[in-house]
Write a protein that binds this ligand. Structure first.
Ligand code: AMP
Ligand code: MG
Length: 305
């Protein structure tokens, strides 16, 4: 049964974990200032402790308590919050987001989610919540309540049902640690949208790194093959665009990247349940949201890192 936001906040206060819907994917939430609770997030996910977590807060004002905002960071926050953009900033107050949550770094990742239920949990708790995707480490992110419950439901004291996630892809992560803004992870806010606010983005590297991006990620059990034109024997084929593959297994029958993003993890997980020889995915154009979709697919296929 679904917990209310108030019940979820109470569970967080006790140092336990929650399942939390956001507009991107379901999160496994803990009080960001509670090192024991944060340790159980890493344990429940099997996540390596060098991979820092994103702190979710209710407002830009609350974010300013934990991170240092320069002009570019302010402009990005004003343009995209609440919404699926994460800012990596020099840490301000260290106590609100514990060392373990930051993986001991001098920076902190912060986001204001738009989902009303996430907002209500944050308001009820009155402090930051770390909420990495609710999957066990390395697996596809859950975008439905049932998928989240299947992944890490056993580890939580409360689970909030928000139905399917609208965006279906994780937040875009950018670092604003000096004069440069670097893209650490493509996501729901596109490169072009960010560049319209702060100008050309730098590539990550030289102090702008995302420790969690080094490993195989988002991967179902079945091997994933990308840029496929048809299924090989025993494969499930995920199409994209009109007339490509079985419409029931299409990321988007009309070729709409937003629809494909919303369906991506759900279909990867559903295909995996068929225990196929493999999952073949047709090409998805890389403009706009396609950059993030292709990033996830390449990692699911093990072509990166
Ligand atoms: P997840 O919680 O799985 O959505 O992943 C959060 C992403 O943000 C990972 O790729 C992390 O490596 C990245 N991240 C979080 N905090 C930092 C930080 N302080 N510096 C760089 N990257 C970060
Ligand atoms: Mg994740």
């Amino acid at each position: 049964m679904s917990a209310t936001p108030e019940q979820a906040a109470e569970v967080l206060r006790r140092g336990e974990l929650i399942l939390l819907p956001t507009e991107t994917v379901y999160g496994l939430g803990a009080d960001a200032g509670d090192p024991k609770a944060v340790a159980s997030v890493f344990a429940a996910k099997g996540r390596p402790q060098f991979n820092p977590l994103i702190a979710h807060v209710a407002s830009l004002e609350a974010a300013r308590v934990i991170g240092q905002f320069n002009e570019a960071a302010e402009a990005l926050a004003k343009a995209f919050w609440p919404g699926p953009l994460t800012l990596v900033l020099p840490v301000a107050d260290r106590s609100h987001v514990c060392d373990l949550a930051r993986a001991g770094l001098d920076s902190v990742a912060v986001r204001v989610p738009a989902h009303p239920l996430a907002q209500q949990v944050l308001a009820a708790l009155g402090g930051p919540v770390v909420a990495p995707s609710a999957n066990r480490s390395g697996r596809p992110s859950p975008t439905t309540f049932a998928d989240a419950a299947e992944e890490t439901g056993a580890a939580v004291g409360a689970a909030v049902d928000g139905g399917p996630c609208d965006v279906g892809l994780e937040s875009t992560v950018v670092s604003v640690l000096d004069d440069r803004v670097a893209l650490l992870r493509p996501g729901a806010v596109t490169r072009r949208q960010i560049e319209a606010v702060v100008g050309p983005l730098h590539e990550s590297g030289e102090g702008h790194r995302s420790p969690g991006r080094l490993t195989l990620h988002y991967a179902p059990d079945a091997p994933v093959r990308v840029e496929a034109t048809e299924a090989r024997p025993g494969e499930v084929f995920l199409g994209f665009g009109p007339g490509v593959g079985d419409p029931r297994w299409s990321l988007s029958p009309s070729g709409d990247p937003q629809e494909a993003a919303a369906n991506l993890f759900r279909l990867l997980r559903a295909a995996d349940r068929e225990k196929p020889a493999g999952i073949a995915v047709s090409p998805v154009p890389s403009e706009g949201l396609g950059e993030a979709i292709n990033d996830r697919l390449r990692r699911a296929a093990g072509y990166v890192g």
